[in-house]
Design a protein around this ligand. Sequence first.
Ligand code: M6R
Length: 364
Amino acid sequence: DKGGHKHFMAKEIAEQPTVLGEAIRHYLPNDGTQICLPGGDLDFSKVKRLVMVACGTASYACLTAKYWFEQIAGIPVEVDVASEFRYREPPITEGTVALFVSQSGETADTLAALRYCSGKADRIVSVINVPESSIARESDLALPILAGAEIGVASTKAFTCQLSVLLILALKAAQDRGQLGAEELNQHLCDLRALPGLINQAIGSESKISQVAAKLAETRDILFLGRGRMFPLALEGALKLKEISYIHAEAYASGELKHGPIALIDQHVPVVVLAPHDELYDKSISNMQEVMARAGKVLLITDAKGLKDGAEGTWDTIQMPQVSDILSPILYAIPAQLLAYHTAVAKGTDVDQPRNLAKSVTVE
Ligand code: M6R
């Protein structure tokens, strides 16, 4: 049942304020001021290293979480795609927690990576959407993302729910390790509780995003740029777009631009710049100006402050609500998803069942 939407993907994008609210309440129960992990505890105080493994969109959730675990909790994190990790024979040293992220819980490579770590890592933890899945069953601790069934092949609500659970876990890690004062933690939890409302506001930009998407549908190549927490999101935006619109899209860390990709820039290549007005904003804008100086068409996605300081000379802009820095990757997932969705709709491709793709990749 598409609930009155044209596609499952549209329904699943629209459901995000509700399911995120549920996921957040699950881990911040009652008055929402304490983090709790129903189903088993995980004490981060002695953890020396976190190894995170996943595929596709779930791997981008892990990459985003690396910024959180390292910056907020001070835990060294390694992220790898499961297909590489499983054959590399990576040493799993003492004090390592291995964390696997999978919507389906059945992805063959991720399951094989989990089995490789079994008996080697201190704890096997998973962040999954299907509690009965193989990955959940074979973990010491399985944390549900509570996104509800996701039917569209392109992952949307699972991604933002994965991010929310991983952020809560990073905040718990910071708390366990004495890296966050009570006041700071309270502020983060308060911001998290307000997130579903902001996601709703972001979805409110849908008609503007669909106008931009109609222009993107005519292009062959698109680049996505982001810095810091926005870099994994640039990767996710590019993946979403190529999966369902079949437009070639690539993502780079903004700072990598002049190490090669800038050679691709001309008036035919739209460049999507994800740049909330945070501590790295000025750097992102200066990269954006390098693109514009080479006639590149910039689509700037930012907030009101970011637009005020940086909109001049851009090809188009999308405004997001103001959000606290650590939450920006979750909020900015919405325009990335909507851009891919409306570009695909404008091109008339099969949004829910894109060619050559399966929802669950249970073979290598
Ligand atoms: O079920 P999983 O989360 O393990 O699936 C991982 C990837 O196959 C999945 O995220 C894929 O990249 C999606 N089609 C992305 O939209």
